[in-house]
Each structure stands twice: as C-alpha cells, then as structure tokens.
Design a protein around this ligand. Sequence first.
Ligand code: ZN
Length: 245
Amino acid sequence: MRAMHCLGLPFVLLVAGLRAQHDAPAHPPAPAAETKPAGEQKRGSRAPATHTPRLELHPLVLFEHVKAGNEAAAAAAAKRKPMPEPQARPAGAGRYVCAVVACSDCDVDVPQLLGLRREDVLLISVPGPFADAELVAQLERAVRDDGLRLVLVLGHVGCRLHKPADDALGKRVAVARQQAERQKQPLGKTIVQMQRELLLAASELLQQRTGKDELRVFPGEIDAATRSVQWHHTKVDAMPLLPVK
Ligand SMILES: [Zn+2]
C-alpha cells in the first residue's frame, strides 16, 4: 500500500476493481522456520522454533539464485554458446523456486533464461504483463499451499502490446503511460513496477507475507536479444532486512 498514493487515481480504481472481483479471505499465514542471509536477525517477538526443520529459504536467497542463473544464461548468449544446464534447485526451496508473471507476447523460454528447470517455476503468462483477479488468486494459492516466497513480474523489451489501442489492453497501457510520464521513466519499467504494487495492493495475503519478509516481489524486463534481465526494483526492496514500517 505504501506506494499507492503516488500512483494516482487510475491505479486506485484498478485496485478497487481487482478487490471487488477478488474474494480472498485473509488466512493468517502459518508461522514458518526460515533460513536468512548471514548476519541477519529475525524481526518480531516470536520465539525461535528450535525443533522445526529449516525447510524454507529467505526470498532474497532465492532471488540471488535466480539472478545468478540469468547471468550465466546471458553470459552464454554473449559468447554464442548453448544455454547452460539449469542450476540445481536450492536445498529447502518450496514446490517452486519462484513464480514468474511474464508477458505472453515474450517469445523466450523464461525458465531457461533464469537457469531454472521448468518444474521449478510457476510460470504465468498474461498480456502486458497486467495483473488481474485470477492472477492474484493463483499467486495466493501458491503462497498459501506451496510456500511460494518469490514472485518475479517480467515484461520484455519491445513488447508489441504496449501500443495505444481502444481496447482493454490499450486502456491499461494508457494508464501506465501517464504514470511513466509523471515519473519520467520508460513505459516498460513503469508497467512492471505498477503491476508489482498492484499485486501487493490487491492481496492482503501477499501484503502480510511481504510484511513478515516471507515473500518478495521483484519487477524486471527481459531483453530477448541478450537473454539478460534488467531488474527494476528499488534499493529498499533488495535490502536484507526491510525497514520496519
Ligand atoms: Zn509483451
């Protein structure tokens, strides 16, 4: 919610629309033991669960894993070598290493580009990528049922869907374009950042898990030509310990 106020009325209306369609009882998240990056202290006053097996990884550990996989893929592409074999999944990851919300117009093998096996990625293709109520519901199920801890929202350079048009997609692009002009930054970057905020604003469960630092959502853009991903998150979002609000 914290970034909503700067995103303007059209954004608020979009969230209201998603929420109206979206029937999500906020289940209290189950307490979970977790492995965090070295040197980090656990927030809050919960007693440490000394006998619970450490089965889940901190979202940043998963993000670093994915970034390293993509860097290897981009390095291979630069040398015109075949794509590297997928990385071994991090020990203790949930059913999925991450969920990727990718634009359906993006013609690349997204798991391969991230150095992941297909079965380790919950891959959700949507035009734009623009969030809708069904997407929010699917992510919530994966968070609740499968221990999902990392969501990537990936657009791509040169998306053909980012053009003005008098249809539902064109209207969402127009809202994003206004925002991009206000922020004086490229449209593609603005779209994925807005979808990140929209997902969090539309889901109490995603907000709760993010607030407890059990989930992170990172926006980025794929450059299909170089196989690289340019990440568009803020510095704060990648800090090991999120500031207490
Ligand atoms: Zn696209």
